[in-house]
Ligand binder design. Structure first.
Ligand code: BGC
Length: 751
């Protein structure tokens, strides 16, 4: 038995839940001038005033959702339901699981701007742009009458096969944290509630409900937690979503060491924790760990949980229903003080976000020209130029009169990976459309499929069909001045709920590249996928190679702008591209055995591993070419007195002159790494601790400043259970990638 969604008071409740009602307070009438109703009352006082007026049943009811994407409203007190929608790359339909909302005929069709994937936005290294993206997404969320957007995803790319790597910001905690904070600021600035997900380490989809990730305390603190910490301490995030999986033996929704001890106590999180959809497995341990709101809830949750596939995949739900919570309170397993804490955190966000005082109503504009412009800028800045032999790019329109556009991702706009993040755009521009539009009538475009996308269309998906279409592609390439081959993956190969089976490109695509290159050496290969691909010899030798990741609805326009030189490439890899999966630090430690995965590589994730262990990647972290050149000079690091005094930590400032020495305007992403010279503990050879994006005209030079805090020199000491910066020498490096150090300067931390 359970309570109805809108609360029935008090007689109906007594009938519905007689046992629970035995210890319920009588609901008192609420005066119109109750302090919690007054927006001038400080938020903490509003929360305590409202809590004091709530019955125990009302409080317990707030821990369960009322629908697929709505929290529990309490009409008597004017508490609204928090109306959610999936993100993070735009607003998705909220009426059911992704299987329902992604179907051809969903119950309602929600169309919104499809922004580039997280990994694409990470490749921009442009925090200001990510903040504008967050603001635009929040505006669309409000325009559609919703209050909360389920993003950003700040999980670290540990293994190149994770199906959801495209949602996150890559392999580095510092970059991920900065971009996550920017997104949160953009969203919260509009009074919309973000949800930072998935706390704490959700790095594979394999058995995502049952897998138990064993991670050292140091790796948690240095790699997997910093982005969540930044979200809380710098971004002031209002909600955090707990992950499906287990970490060190406990499901995240009831993981007291991580939720209570780290998130609430160590980071000082003041917002509420929401479960991932179907990620709870207990009542009292979950509530006591600090998990505040279980989702989904209500009849939709019950229908979903009744489906055999839901249970088979390991979902858990329905543990924080009002009656279960009340029963645990009665049994003494949950105290009322704890319940007040949980509910208080939800109420605080309802007040702080403004949705109590100003509910969002649907009817606003979505996919405005401004919003599309942000999507276009992200897609353009996020394209990484990996190879440009003999300056094959930008396309010289004086010489190129025909272009063969080829590939399974050429004529279709593959805007993002699959699952709960895939936004349905009003319209999206494919690479072919973008190139055609830009080429105009003077350049002939010869399009052929090349090979069908594996698993998409049975007629194209046979060796014979592939051989035939590869032959057609080679012919088209032979008859054109240059060839552009757009390869990659799509939402059924790369998405939520499953991992990639291989880092190789899908069936036939490597053969296609080889055949096209043979037919026309002037070939440009474009990777259109979120995860790394195995760099086979033919990809490696293509004179032009670009990674556009998933560019959202404007991806085709962005690609054309880069190919034709209307925009100068400025994207830098937010993740190392290894030559093969076998080179990856997680190789042999994925997906785990007997539902346990040991993160034995510890802190050696991404470039921390490749650079320290001297494993040559195909393309290093932070790498990306430009059509212009930049010169780094006058690099200096100085100790600065801590303003305000009293803080024994010394801070440093670094200054660098950067000059555009080429002939085109362009942007350079300068990366600042710390390289410890002597350390009491094993440390990576370098770690990113600063970055800056500078746009310069030809010949223009500018000084760039970085602040280096003592924490930038620190590592997590499991013995001290704290961050430690060893006194001694460090090198500060400024680089154009983790392997292209342009200047370095010493720094000495005095004891
Ligand atoms: C995903 C979340 C998502 C939620 C709601 C889950 O399956 O892991 O990222 O926000 O569903 O759709």
């Amino acid at each position: 038995m359970r309570f109805a969604r809108t609360v029935l008071f008090p007689a109906a409740l007594l009938l519905l839940a007689s046992q629970a009602a035995t210890f319920a307070l009588q609901a008192q009438a609420v005066p119109a001038d109750a302090p919690y109703k007054n927006p001038q009352t400080p938020v903490d006082s509003r929360v305590s005033d409202l809590l004091s007026r709530m019955t125990l049943e009302e409080k317990a009811s707030m821990l369960e959702g009322s629908g697929w994407m709505e929290s529990m409203p309490i009409e008597r007190l004017g508490i609204p339901a928090i109306k959610m929608a999936d993100g993070p790359m735009g607003v998705r339909s909220w009426l059911g699981s992704s299987a329902i909302t992604s179907s051809a005929n969903p119950p309602i069709k929600v169309e919104a701007t499809s922004f580039p994937a997280g990994i694409t936005m990470a490749a921009t290294w442009d925090a200001e742009l990510v903040q504008r993206e967050g603001r635009a997404i929040a505006q669309e969320t409000k325009a559609l009458g919703r209050d909360m957007i389920l993003g950003p995803t700040v999980n670290i790319n540990r293994v190149p096969l994770w199906g959801r790597n495209f949602e996150g910001y890559g392999e580095d905690p510092y970059l991920t944290g900065h971009l996550g904070v920017a997104y949160i600021r953009g969203v919260q600035g509009e009074g919309v509630i973000p949800s930072v997900k998935h706390f704490a380490a959700n790095n594979e989809e394999f058995e995502r409900h049952r897998i138990d990730a064993h991670i050292s305390e140091r790796a948690l603190h240095e790699i997997y937690l910093p982005a969540f910490k930044a979200a809380v301490t710098d971004g002031g995030a209002w909600t955090v979503m707990s992950a499906y999986n287990k970490v060190n033996g406990a499901h995240l929704a009831e993981n007291k060491p991580l939720l209570h001890d780290v998130l609430l106590k160590e980071f000082g999180f003041k917002g509420f924790v929401i479960s991932d959809w179907g990620s709870t497995y207990s009542t009292a341990p979950t509530v006591n760990a600090g998990m505040d709101l279980e989702m989904p809830g209500g009849q939709r949750m019950r229908d979903w949980m009744a489906r055999p596939e839901t249970l088979k995949s390991g979902n858990g739900d329905g543990w924080l229903t009002t009656e279960k919570v009340l029963a645990e309170i009665k049994a003494g397993h949950i105290t009322e003080a704890t319940l007040n804490d949980n509910v208080g955190r939800i109420l605080r966000v309802i007040f702080e976000s403004g949705i109590f005082d100003h509910p969002h109503t649907a009817g606003g504009e979505v996919d405005t020209p401004d919003q599309r412009a942000i999507a276009l800028q992200g897609a353009t800045e996020g394209i990484v130029l990996l190879r440009n032999e003999d300056s094959i790019l930008p396309i010289d329109t004086a010489k190129v009169h025909s272009i063969a556009v080829i590939g399974p991702n050429a004529a279709v706009a593959r805007t993002g990976g699959g699952g709960s993040s895939l936004v349905r755009p009003k319209s999206a521009v494919s690479p072919l459309d973008g190139i055609k539009e830009r080429a105009g009538s003077t350049i002939k475009i010869n399009y052929t499929l090349g090979v069908g996308m594996e698993g998409e269309n049975p007629a194209d998906d046979t060796p014979e069909a592939r051989a035939k279409s590869i032959k057609e592609a080679a012919d088209a390439a032979a008859q054109s001045d240059i060839a552009v081959v757009v390869v990659g993956r799509y939402s059924k190969i790369e998405g939520e709920g499953f991992d990639l089976k291989t880092m190789d490109l899908p069936a036939g695509q490597d053969d296609l590249i080889a055949a096209v290159e043979k037919a026309n050496p002037h070939t440009i290969v474009v990777l259109n996928t979120g995860d790394p691909v195995t760099i086979k010899p033919d990809i490696a030798k293509a004179p032009g190679l670009l990674d556009m990741f998933y560019g959202g609805e404007e991806g085709g326009h962005a690609l054309a702008a880069i190919l034709f030189g209307d925009a100068n490439p400025s994207g830098k890899l937010p993740v190392t591209l290894p030559k093969h999966f076998e080179d990856s630090p997680a190789y042999g430690r994925y997906p785990g055995e007997n539902l346990k995965v040991d993160y034995a590589e510890g802190i050696y994730v991404g470039y921390r591993y490749y650079d320290t262990k001297k494993v040559e990647p195909a393309f290093p972290f932070g790498f990306g070419l430009s059509y212009t050149k930049f010169e780094y000079s006058n690099f200096q690091v100085a100790e600065v007195a801590q303003i305000g005094g009293g803080d024994p930590a010394r801070a440093y400032s670094a200054t660098l002159m950067i000059k555009n020495t080429g002939t085109r305007a362009g942007a350079e992403v300068i990366q600042l790494y710390i390289h410890p010279l002597h350390s009491k503990i094993d440390r990576p050879v370098r770690e990113l601790k600063g970055f800056g994006r500078v746009t310069l005209k030809p010949g223009e030079a500018r000084f760039v400043h970085f602040n280096i805090s003592r924490s930038a020199l620190s590592y997590w000491s499991p013995e001290k259970k704290d961050w430690v910066a060893d006194p001694g020498g460090y090198d500060v490096e400024v680089s154009s990638s983790s392997r292209d150090i342009r200047a370095q300067a010493p720094l000495v931390l005095r004891p």
